[in-house]
Design a protein around this ligand. Structure first.
Ligand code: PMP
Ligand code: GLU
Length: 396
């Protein structure tokens, strides 16, 4: 019988999707679960975007799309980068993919050889180390705890660089912490990286628009264009997670390499979704701002509620829609014959007993934390924290 490859055996399953599935299973059994596990906006895709997709179906956008994306969408991405980020990327320097996840994975697969080290400011999103491992590379975490707002310093980055360092993956606003690097912080990291021109930079800016400090700063402003890939997409800003459109902006040699990979692996992404994404980028941006404001109110709410939970330590996230409380004061506590030994045990306890779905921090590189996604209504956030407090009070 066929055996699973070592490559796949080495890979961890996505912890975010695993918790989503568990939460959905409990809901299907009739349990009223507040789902704060997976990170996706709870809003509907804006109407004008949906209409563009309906029109595309009627206009027979039903053939294979060009592997790197339709030229008009690559142009819309290029215009977006100029308009919103003041970055100059020609359409030929853009590659559209099946979500930002594929854009990231393409880049890692295109530049990482077995044994290459990839620096991961950590906590980081669950998929980064797994993508690096898939390419045969070695993920190297640079740890930043809650005492430094989960952000690494330029000195830490420099100390982690070795002759084997091939790339660094930076995410701001960050999943899972919501931390946002300031212009000065990015500049000081760029200053270090500029001393090491062989280290390629992957800048994941998918949460760009969910930012509470008044404006996004792209790492691409501070380094040579030939050594950075900017990753973005429509999933978070336009509430389009299911449409699966992301893009990479980078040097043409990298676009060509990713194009080759994508041409053998997935082909061009969904033609209808590309039409919708074009309209999302080119159309009115009012809905994006409205959603951002709602997220900011929810951020204020969840931070105040989490601060009231005994034993939780929280930062004040400046972007994205995650809260990542430090909760290790509960480790070693019991509920009946169950012992909470880890963040995963705590997340499972909160799900099974409190009926609140979260994600344990280990898969993000922080075994002392759990992640709450607050992309849900204020009422649900309030109810979740009522349950969390009650469940935690029962731990002895
Ligand atoms: N980067 C980060 C940090 C994310 O949290 C996600 C989650 N969706 C992605 C990339 C992937 O986004 P997409 O849905 O566009 O693949
Ligand atoms: N990025 C989201 C999360 O972290 C969606 C799930 C995923 O792609 O991992 O929950």
């Amino acid at each position: 019988m066929a055996q699973i490859s070592d490559r796949v055996n080495r890979l961890a399953a996505s912890a975010t999707f695993a918790m989503l599935q568990k939460s959905n299973e409990l809901s299907a059994q009739g349990v009223d679960v507040v789902n704060m596990s997976v990170g996706e906006p709870d809003f509907n895709t804006p109407d004008y975007v949906k209409k563009a997709a309906v029109d595309a179906v009627e206009q027979n956008y039903s053939k294979y799309s060009p592997v790197p994306g339709y030229m008009w969408l690559r142009k819309a991405c290029s215009d977006k980068l100029k308009r919103e980020n003041n970055l100059d990327y020609a359409p030929a320097e853009i590659l559209v993919s099946t979500g930002a996840k594929q854009s990231l994975c393409n880049v890692i697969m295109a530049i990482i050889n077995p044994g290459d080290e990839v620096l991961l400011p950590s906590p980081c999103w669950v998929s980064y180390p797994e993508m690096v491992k898939l390419a045969g590379g070695v993920p190297v975490a640079i740890r930043a705890g809650i005492d430094q707002d989960f952000k690494v310093t330029a000195e830490q980055v420099e100390a982690a660089i070795t002759p084997k360092t091939k790339a660094i993956m930076i995410c701001s606003p960050s999943n899972p912490t919501g931390s946002v690097y300031s212009r000065e912080e990015l500049e000081s990291i760029a200053k270090v990286l500029n001393k090491y021109p062989d280290v390629f930079i992957v800048s994941d800016e998918i949460y760009e628009h969910i930012n509470f400090i008044g404006g996004h700063q792209s790492m691409a402003q501070f380094v040579d264009k030939d050594r950075i890939a900017v990753i973005n997409g429509v999933s978070k800003a336009y509430a389009m997670t299911g449409w699966r459109i992301g893009f990479m902006a980078g040097p043409e040699w990298l676009v060509k390499a990713c194009n080759k990979l994508q041409g053998q692996y997935t082909s061009g992404t969904c033609s209808v979704a590309q039409k919708a994404a074009q309209v999302a980028f080119d159309g009115p941006q009012d809905d994006v701002e409205k959603m951002r404001q709602v997220f900011q109110k929810r951020r204020d709410l969840i931070v105040s509620l989490a601060k009231e939970v005994p034993g939780f330590e929280v930062n004040n996230p400046q972007g994205a829609f995650y809260l990542f409380p430090k909760c290790d004061s509960y480790f070693g506590k019991r509920y009946g014959d169950k012992v909470i030994n880890s963040a995963e045990d705590l997340a499972m306890y909160l799900l099974e007993v409190g009926h609140v779905a979260t994600v344990g921090g280990t898969a993000f590189g922080s075994p002392e934390c759990i992640r709450f996604s607050y992309a849900t209504s204020e009422d649900k956030i309030k109810e979740a924290f009522r349950r969390v407090k009650e469940a935690l009070a029962n731990l002895k």
